[in-house]
Every structure is written in C-alpha cells, then in structure tokens.
Design a protein around this ligand. Structure first.
Ligand SMILES: [Zn+2]
Length: 392
C-alpha cells in the first residue's frame, strides 16, 4: 500500500464513532450464552458501512460474526479476533453494568475492557479501510466470537473455516504493551483430567471381598506430587488442582463403593502438550499398582500452551508501530493466562498478537476502559494492517 493511501486510512479513523459504538455495545448485554443481540448489532453496523459480513450460528441462538475486506490483489491475510461474550455481573457493582457511564477518562460498564473496547477499535479500523478505499494486497478479516470466557467454541469454529489459512491474528484482549500489560510472547495451557475409578462392590462388613473405589482414588490423589511435570525456563512448573470428587452411596447403604470419579485441573507450560499430560497420568496410575480399573480422560476445555518466536513478522511490526503511536517501546512477557490464542496459536500455529486498551477491573465490579486508549489502539490496528499487508 502506498503512503498516501495509509494517510487516507488514518484520516478515516473516527474517535467519536469509536466511543459511540463502544457505548452502544456496553448497552447490549452479552453475558456468555447470550451473545446474539450483540452479534446482530455488529452485523448491522458492518453492513451499514458496506463491509461484507455474515452471522453464523455456532450453537442455537449463539452466532459468530465473520467479516472480510478483500484487497485488490493476492497477498497476505491478516485476521482480527474479538470475543463478544462477557462474564456474568458479579457482586459489588456501584453503577449499572449495562449503562455506559463516563467518569473522567473512564467508560464504565460490563465488558468495557474485556473486550468491547477492543472490538470497537477493530470496527473503527475496518470502517476506515472501507471508507478510504485504500488499495492493498491480501485480506483483512474479522471474527467476532462467542464463548471465550468458557470453552472458546466461537474461536474454535472460526478456526474451522478458511480463516485458519490466515498469516497472523490480532486478538483484541486488553494488553497495551506497557510494563503492567506486557504483550504475551507465550502463554500457559490447561487441561481437565476426568478420572473414573472402577472398583468392585461387596458388603461393607467384608471390605476385603470388594475393591473400594474411593480408597483407590485416594491413593492416586495422594500421589499427585509424583506426577511428571516439566519445568520451562520462563514459566517454571505448571500446577495441579483437584476440583471435584464424587463416589459412594446415594442412599445410605453399607456397600463397598465400586465407583469414584474426580476431576483435576492442570496448567501446562510450553513444552507440555495435552497428550503428554494424559500419558503422565497413565504412568502415575500404572506405578501405583492399584486393584481397581482406572479410566483417564481429558474433558473439555483443553487449551494448548505456546511460545512465539520474538522475530515473528507481526511482533516486529508492533516494534515499529508502537513507538510511532505512543513514543515508547512495547513490553513483552511470558504470561500465565488462557485466551483464544491457545486455540489460534496453540492448536493452529498461527502467530497471534494480543493488543487492546489496557485492563480495567476485568471480571470485577465497575469494569472500565480508559477512553484515551481507544484512539492509539485503533491507529495501531490500522498501521499494523497496512504494514503487514504491504510486505512481500
Ligand atoms: Zn477477554
């Protein structure tokens, strides 16, 4: 793309528009499972700008919105991703979570920071590309997705479309690249073990005649400190947390319990895959020589960890663009977190830049976004797209 065309794109960014659609989106509740009204809003907004887009139902009543602006000739494909769902309203809000409220430099509302502000900046950037008629190679696309706060069904579905063939993704999570919100260079993964121990029932007065599934389960749980867990230089070790256990009688009876089921959350560090983690648990159980039969499964959600190379083109472009917009250098870090990048990068190997206005009370009362971050973020989105799509 020529320099003049880029100026045109930047001139078409509109701060008033950005704030207005953010306020509109805060006013449309989109608590996880109920994303459809917001999807309709985004669909209508993109359509009114003249951007080709469609709503695609991922589950009944839960659509993603997909949009694309094709360039005038073949080239690289840059994809923007943002989730529409928010967490539920928690205790302690002093303001109405669904009425956008301006307090100084803050706009308060549920999802303001996580991540309606990022979505608004993406739409502002797409609008500027469309209105400017900028000539570029390749494609800019968007998936506005459901379910990030739970199972990532929206992004998993988007990655089952031809968006999986894109060259890089910008994900509008609240990382603004300052010291306290450093851009993730790599993130942890996580799995959920679902372990069913099958013993043998017998009269409870004669336990030796049966196999006690609860006691056998206890042997596994008390041996968890021997589970093979690898160390990563930037992350240290992952972690384990038993979340749930169930077994034994429903109505009081003196019977040796023949079933016990439990679930364990495990955080994975880069270098550990979900399949390795499954193997690790099989090895531990084998080493215990239990009498019961043990079934080990991974239960959704499964998130793979990842590390990106520091010289990924999308990160190098941020290195160039960030100082131009903010006057500072971007900060990067290895982060213990789960985002849709676990799907995009962890599973599909597509490099992913997290970038958005910084976190303000996310998953907490009176969530807010700093309004003066909207302009620089939408500007960086536009400049990143321009540079990424003008490379050979
Ligand atoms: Zn988020």
């Amino acid at each position: 793309m020529k320099f003049k065309a880029m100026n045109d794109v930047l001139q078409h960014l509109d701060g008033d528009y950005n704030r207005r659609i953010l306020a509109d989106m805060i006013g449309i509740p989109s608590i996880i499972g109920n994303e459809s009204k917001l999807a309709n809003y985004i669909h209508r907004e993109l359509t009114s700008i003249g951007i080709e887009n469609q709503m695609v139902e991922i589950e009944p009543g839960r659509p993603n919105v997909y949009a694309r602006i094709p360039g005038s000739r073949p080239g690289k494909r840059l994809h923007f991703n943002g989730h529409m769902d928010t967490v539920p309203v928690c205790e302690g809000w002093t303001l109405d979570p669904f009425t956008p409220t301006i307090l100084g430099n803050r706009m308060v509302g549920l999802g303001a920071s996580d991540m309606k502000a990022g979505l608004a900046c993406i739409i502002n950037m797409l609008r500027a590309f469309k209105l400017s008629g900028a000539d570029f190679a390749g494609e800019i696309s968007l998936s506005a997705v459901i379910d990030e706060e739970a199972y990532s069904k929206g992004t998993r579905a988007a990655m089952a479309t031809d968006f999986a063939g894109c060259d890089a993704v910008v994900i509008a999570e609240a990382y603004s690249a300052d010291e306290t919100h450093a851009i993730p260079l790599g993130i942890t993964g996580k799995i959920l073990y679902e372990i069913t121990v099958k013993g043998k029932a017998a009269h409870g007065f004669f336990p030796d005649k049966g196999i006690n599934a609860i006691e056998e389960s206890a042997r596994i749980l008390s041996a968890l400190d021997r589970l093979n867990m690898r160390t990563h230089p930037n992350f240290g070790k992952g972690s384990l947390c038993t979340l749930k256990i169930e077994g034994g009688y429903q109505i009081y009876t003196v019977v040796v319990p023949d079933r016990c089921r439990f679930e364990i959350n495990r955080m994975l560090v880069p270098g550990e895959t979900s399949q390795m983690a499954l193997q690790d648990m099989h090895e531990l159980v084998r080493s215990l020589d239990l009498k019961a039969e043990v079934e080990i499964k991974l239960k959704p959600p499964v998130y793979e960890s990842f590390i990106m190379q520091r010289n990924e083109p999308i990160l190098q472009i941020l290195d160039e663009v960030y100082p131009l917009v903010t006057g500072k250098k971007p900060h990067y870090a290895y982060t213990s977190v789960i985002t849709d990048a676990n799907v995009i990068t962890g599973e599909h190997g597509i490099p992913c830049l997290h970038l958005g206005p910084p976190m303000g009370n996310i998953h907490q009362p009176d969530e807010y976004v700093l309004v003066d971050w909207l302009e620089p973020v939408s500007r960086m989105y536009a400049m990143i797209a321009e540079r990424f799509l003008s490379e050979a």
